[in-house]
Design a protein around this ligand. Structure first.
Ligand code: THG
Length: 267
């Protein structure tokens, strides 16, 4: 599993406060902790008003890179902001994200085709987010064909089938898994990722739902997640699921993590 640490995100109230106060220690700690607990990428999202997004993101990027060597996942809805932020990165990471909206792919793909940046693509377009797996799959195909036309390898693409909220869409997980299976079948080298917590909005005991979502989606082939690796429960769910799916030879990773006290039910 490729873990993308979600905590350096200005839409989280505690992180927003740290960003507003330019609290370096707080952000440095988020970077260190998430790295220590296995994040391969650190999502950085300003979550501020558009007029200060560039500047905020630049501050976050430089601070994180001054603290850890973990790759960055540059998170902005604005392709221009992403393109201005990329040169600040010491090494290629992950771009979060494009979709099939408003010529985003056409703007971004030619500029990063010759780089080693990986790209998250959301399965939505100018019509918004569909709940129909067939529509989502078709959007994924359109984006993958555009990537290919610019010479971007399949394995540089992370497709995000955009899980909908369980409380309003009862077949949310089923539609997500159907979309991801269709994508994996046509593009076996492409990665599938998702924000874990979207599914549980408006429900009690959100973590329980997020954990079971993680397990069921990994079972269907999801190989990456935007999540909180500092959460012991989520970590435990992830390691246990990887072992159950045969992705952890002799359960070595699970057992080592347990011995170190990194996972397991807290007594
Ligand atoms: N897909 C893609 N990018 C995304 C999302 C996605 N970026 C933003 C978001 N969704 C994923 N990031 C977050 C960040 C924080 C939280 C949820 C999603 C969050 N965190 C709580 C906190 O830190 O207080 C709780 C964390 C927990 O208890 O596990 O709510 O879907 N491509």
């Amino acid at each position: 599993m490729i873990i993308i640490g979600e905590k350096i995100n200005g839409t989280i109230p505690s992180t927003a406060k740290a960003i507003a106060e330019r609290d370096e220690d707080y952000v440095r700690n988020l970077a260190r902790q998430q790295t220590e607990f296995g994040a391969e990428y650190l999502d950085v999202c300003a979550g501020t008003a558009p007029d200060i997004e560039r500047e905020t993101l630049a501050w976050l990027v430089s601070l994180v890179q001054d603290t850890v060597d973990t790759k960055l996942c540059i998170d902005s809805a604005d392709v221009d902001v992403i393109l201005e932020t990329l040169p600040l990165a010491k090494r290629p990471g992950l771009i979060n994200s494009v979709s099939d909206e408003h010529g985003k792919c056409e703007k971004l793909f030619p500029k990063v085709a010759d780089s080693e940046w990986n790209i998250i693509a959301l399965t939505c377009d100018n019509n918004g987010i569909s709940t129909d797996p067939a529509v989502k799959f078709q959007i994924a195909v359109t984006i993958m064909e555009k990537a290919k036309s610019f010479g971007i390898r399949e394995d540089r693409m992370f497709l995000d089938p955009l899980v909908t909220t369980l409380s309003t869409t009862p077949d949310s997980l089923l539609a997500f898994n159907q979309t991801l299976r269709n994508i994996k079948e046509k593009y076996p080298a492409a990665h599938i990722t998702s924000g874990l917590s979207n599914i549980s909005f408006g429900m009690p005991s959100r973590k329980s739902i997020n954990q079971q979502f993680l397990a069921l989606a990994m079972g269907a082939g999801m190989d990456s997640a935007i999540m909180d690796p500092t959460s012991r429960d989520m970590r435990t769910a992830l390691y246990a699921t990887d072992a159950l799916l045969g992705n952890d030879k002799h359960c070595r990773r699970y057992l080592n993590a347990y011995r170190k006290g990194v996972i397991g039910v807290q007594k």
